[in-house]
Write a protein that binds this ligand. Structure first.
Ligand SMILES: [Zn+2]
Ligand SMILES: [Zn+2]
Length: 223
């Protein structure tokens, strides 16, 4: 488009060409300022209009209930996972509607069902999520893994990770939320250190409360 546009000017003097281009540029800039679609893409200050990051996956047809089979987890982990589900369930859309409601399911749900269980994948992680279908974007199921090579606990205990905090984080991914920043990136969120959707988590720590950033990330996807 631009190459075709500039061709007629090539036949004229370079001075006229520059002036015309400048006028054209000024008109385009003014038009953009007035219509504004590109202005919305300018990064905002880290305040109430900070960007919310989605991973591209979402559950269609909300409000809807998503059952997660927790039957393979130890009983105390099941309780912790249910508490994590309830924490997300309490968040309503900007129009005060339910969005995704997570429910624990202790009955087998078949191969296509969602599940939280212990397992390894041949690489290092604490918690991990596998999306179905793999490319999304409309989810039919999720598989949440707690790495069986790691030590888990319920609560903040030395040498182990809090199950509720880890499941809460992975459920955030299941809703379609991305980390507030990745390793090596600068974070725009003022609550980064306490965001559930911060990628980094330590042993002997609990992070069970959603920040406004976490909640609004969820609301942005489904509102
Ligand atoms: Zn961050
Ligand atoms: Zn994560």
């Amino acid at each position: 488009m631009l190459a075709a546009f500039s061709q007629p000017y090539a036949k004229e003097g370079i001075f006229t060409c520059k002036i015309r281009k400048r006028i054209l540029c000024a008109c385009l800039a003014l038009a953009l300022m007035l219509t504004g679609p590109f202005c919305r893409g300018i990064p905002a200050q880290a305040d109430s209009i900070e960007p919310r990051l989605a991973n591209g996956y979402y559950w269609p047809n909300t409000p809807r209930t998503v059952y997660l089979n927790v039957s393979a987890l130890p009983a105390s982990y099941q309780t912790a996972a249910e508490a994590a589900m309830d924490t997300w369930n309490e968040v309503k859309s900007l129009s005060n509607q339910s969005m995704v409601i997570f429910r624990p399911n202790t009955a087998p749900t078949g191969a296509a069902g969602s599940i939280i269980h212990m397992g390894t994948l041949g690489f290092d992680f604490i918690g991990y999520i596998v999306f179905s279908p793999p490319g999304g974007p409309e989810l039919t199921a999720v598989e949440i893994l707690l790495c069986s090579d790691k030590s888990f606990t319920v609560g903040a205990n030395p040498g182990a990770y809090d199950v509720e905090s880890i499941v809460l984080h992975e459920l955030g991914h299941a809703l379609g939320i991305k980390h507030c920043h990745e390793e090596g990136e600068t974070c725009f969120s003022p609550t980064c250190a306490i965001n559930v959707m911060n990628y980094y988590f330590e042993q002997n720590e609990t992070r069970r409360n959603l920040t406004a950033y976490d909640r609004s990330s969820y609301q942005t996807i489904y509102s």
